[in-house]
Ligand binder design. Structure first.
Ligand SMILES: CC(C)(COP(=O)(O)OP(=O)(O)OC[C@H]1O[C@@H](n2cnc3c(N)ncnc32)[C@H](O)[C@@H]1OP(=O)(O)O)[C@@H](O)C(=O)NCCC(=O)NCCS
Length: 152
């Protein structure tokens, strides 16, 4: 168990199928195209996924997921409940992700992020993710996707 940089008590566990409705609420406030409840249920059960939730007082306040392929991981999503952002939970999620990946033999991680998403870009760069490429107008033919990676 790790403490956030406030007096929050944050714990982590693997995602479960029954978490999907709570995750869907967070997806809806975080992303223009949220994953559906059935996709989130499938994610929790996928054998090639690493998917974890952060809990505060028994409630889900954030989560992340990635798909593994041998030593590589592709991050799908990371999000913190809107009313809980800016309190260190995103950083704790990334720390948990890096620790779990190392334990499971994943040695590099990839992700794509909207060029306008400065909170996420700052978070990734804080944990040594580095931009290595860009997909021009990737989102709806309008916004660039920045491709980031980190070696563990
Ligand atoms: C990105 C996100 C997960 C960060 O979660 P969080 O709990 O607010 O993050 P933290 O409080 O741990 O902050 C960690 C770092 O993120 C960055 N950050 C967080 N909020 C920020 C903001 N509003 N503006 C700029 N940088 C910000 C900072 O680098 C911060 O480090 P610092 O506190 O040392 O300055 C959260 O904003 C979120 O859920 N966004 C919507 C979903 C999303 O965009 N996910 C990424 C998809 S690629």
């Amino acid at each position: 168990m790790e403490k956030a940089n406030t007096n929050l008590n944050i714990t982590f566990r693997d995602m479960r199928a029954e978490d999907a409705p709570a995750l869907y609420q967070i997806e809806c406030e975080a992303f223009a195209k949220p994953w559906s409840i059935s996709s989130l249920t499938a994610l929790a059960c996928a054998p090639n996924a690493l998917a974890r939730v952060a809990l505060s007082d028994g409630e889900i306040v954030g989560y992340y997921s990635l798909y593994r392929s041998f030593e590589e991981g592709d991050i799908n999503n990371i999000a913190v409940r809107k009313d809980m952002r800016g309190r260190g939970i995103g950083s704790l999620l990334i720390k948990d992700m890096l620790e779990e990946c190392k334990k499971q033999g994943v040695d590099r991680l990839f992700l794509e992020v909207r060029a306008s998403n400065s909170p996420a870009i700052s978070l990734y760069e804080k944990f040594s993710f580095r931009q290595f490429s860009v997909r021009k107008k990737y989102y709806d033919g309008e916004e660039d996707a920045l491709l980031y990676a980190v070696l563990l």
